[in-house]
Design a protein around this ligand. Sequence first.
Ligand SMILES: *[C@@H]1O[C@H](CO)[C@@H](O)[C@H](O)[C@H]1NC(C)=O
Length: 242
Amino acid sequence: MDAHIQSFLNKTTFVSATMATVILLSLLAYTPHTCIPSSNSSSRSSSSSSSSSLKFPKSTCDLSHRSFTTLDTKNRRLWSTSAWLNKVRAFSLLFQDLSSPSSFLSNSSRSLCLLAGAGQEAVALNQIGVDDVTAVDLVDSPPLVSRADPFNLPFFDDAFDFAFSAQFDVVLFPARFVAEMDRTVRVGGSCVLVVEERGDDEVMEVVRLFRRGKLVEAINITFTGLKMTRIVLRITSNSTSN
Ligand SMILES: *[C@@H]1O[C@H](CO)[C@@H](O)[C@H](O)[C@H]1NC(C)=O
């Protein structure tokens, strides 16, 4: 019985090895024709700027030059979508509210937007008249958003008058994130966080993460159709002991 199994296994192994060798040899012998540079490649590359030479690649080894969608075109498409426009409008209203009845923000504020995504906040700030806007995220989105580590911002202490983020709920290290906001905003400047709706205790948990920031207001708002809480802090000179 054991001998039968042994001989069966030997045969199977032999057949498998033979098949693998044949497949390997056939793969080596066969070169996909799309990988062979075509004889008129030089003439094609010389006319590569003309759109007539653009064609859909036949396979992944077709390395001929293709022009990709330019950033301008991509942005123009993105900036005309209703999702984009609605978001910008929502941010505009929010910032307007922070500047006009309140005075947490003015046209001359050096502003910082953290985890700014595709940059709707930056556009909104520009629209209401704030010119000096720095928007950063882990991934850049030119020309609106630059790449920077929100937990280790490449800015001097007290460099800004106003710091904003609507992404505090999803940050990995909330304390570190807040510490960088607290550090880069000058005394007298404001930090604004828009978070999922929170009760007073939960708001105070956030506020306690600030070293120099003192709570000015925490109000519930409706933002892009969602119930959110807007937390505003003012940076003060006397830091808390903890
Ligand atoms: C801020 O800028 C906006 C848009 O340019 C303008 O309408 C507004 O009057 C400015 N506000 C102040 C206080 O200068």
